[in-house]
Ligand binder design. Structure first.
Ligand SMILES: Nc1ncnc2c1ncn2[C@@H]1O[C@H](COP(=O)(O)OP(=O)(O)OP(=O)(O)O)[C@@H](O)[C@H]1O
Ligand SMILES: [Mg+2]
Length: 346
């Protein structure tokens, strides 16, 4: 049965996956930005080929949409091997991992997304696989239980997480490389937008690419979704090409403000300022008021607001910074006269 599809500024999950797959770089040289990470991976790939050893296990962490899955899928292409993909929440017991482990080819990649959400029993089951390429399977119960050891093909585990802090120490230590992905510069995002408009056969001016880039929260996935929306907007109202005025009008209509903040960002800041007097406020209280999961707040909304200094974290909770007031067209609070350090927010 055909499902109804919502085309709009806030793409749904299915649509997001389609966009991601279509525009995702296939090789390391097509990956824009994250230069240091890409260079280290390049070295690791070459070494693995020259030494004829599997690539060491790699952990990618960073906020959503910055390229963790992209890097994980680029690596097997570089190595000329296959990849199997699963995720932490899909692995509720060790047996769930077995089909993946037994299907491994020599040197192939097993990708586990959201690896911080893998249950402890599965984590412990995977340790010997990571260390010695073997698994121990217990057969039977009680007195008659016996363990058989099963050797695996030498493989590379790639883990991705938005919360490296939630990963257990032993799990983290078993990865040879830890790569943290950072937000992208406007120039890098503008390059991604230019390349992807080419892939989508959509002419775009340089200033329009920069305008979309500036308003994409430092995040390639957001840049791609802003580009898709603007492209639809232009196809419906103009000739399908993207100029700066068209980009501006499309983003205004999508309620993305001139700094690139979207409705959820502004709602977060409004509640923090209007309801909680600018904080400090715990993330749970904010999440309950906004009616979003606190994980969504801390994984998706806050990293960018923190990095751009709209908010800051204190031991007592989140605090709005002057930039948050300005973004909402409000005056920042004045420092108290007795405040020696001149801090605005105590
Ligand atoms: N460095 C990059 N160069 C070009 N495009 C990129 C880059 N990083 C990400 N993208 C684009 O952004 C999209 C989203 O990236 P990706 O799916 O890799 O993010 P992620 O970090 O895995 O996010 P999540 O945490 O939500 O799984 C990709 O499909 C790709 O089109
Ligand atoms: Mg991903």
């Amino acid at each position: 049965m055909a499902r109804e599809k919502v085309i709009g500024p806030s793409s749904g999950d299915d649509e997001r996956k389609q966009h991601d797959a279509a525009l995702r770089p296939k090789l390391l040289k097509e990956v824009i930005g994250q230069r240091k990470v890409a260079e280290r991976l390049e070295i690791a790939v070459r070494a693995s080929q020259k030494l004829n050893e599997p690539l060491g296990h790699i952990l990618f962490d960073g906020p959503p949409g910055l390229g963790k899955t992209t890097f994980a899928t680029v690596l097997p292409n570089e190595l000329g091997t296959s990849i199997q993909m699963t995720s932490g929440p899909a692995l509720s017991k060790p047996a769930d991992l077995l089909p993946f482990l037994t299907n491994l080819e020599e040197g192939s990649v097993l990708f586990i997304d959201e690896i911080h959400r893998m249950p402890r029993v599965v984590e412990e089951f995977i340790y010997p696989a990571m260390e010695d390429f073997r698994i121990d399977i217990v057969l039977g119960e009680g007195m008659s239980a016996r363990t058989i050891t099963y050797s695996l093909k030498r493989f590379t585990l790639i883990g991705a997480t938005t919360r490296s802090g939630m990963l257990s120490g032993p799990m983290r230590d078993r990865f040879k490389m830890h790569e943290h992905l950072e937000f992208y510069s406007v120039e890098e995002l503008a390059t991604i937008i230019r390349i992807n408009s080419g892939k989508l056969n959509t002419p775009i001016t340089e200033s329009a690419a920069r305008e979309l880039a500036r308003r994409s929260r430092g995040t390639p996935r957001v840049a791609n979704s802003r580009l898709h929306w603007t492209r639809s907007y232009s196809a419906a109202k103009h000739d399908g090409s993207i100029s700066e005025p068209i980009a501006k009008a499309a983003l205004d209509m999508a309620e993305v403000d001139s700094d690139g903040l979207d409705k959820n960002d502004r709602r977060y800041l409004e509640i923090l300022i209007d309801l909680y007097g600018g904080g400090p406020t715990g993330v749970e209280a904010l999440a309950a008021t906004i009616n979003l999961a606190s994980d969504t707040l801390s994984d998706e909304i806050e990293p960018y607001l923190l990095r751009e200094q709209y908010i800051t974290r204190s031991p007592r909770g989140r605090v709005a910074m002057p930039r948050a007031y300005t973004a909402l067209g409000k005056l920042p609070p004045r420092p108290k006269p007795d405040d020696k350090q001149g801090s605005l927010f105590e």
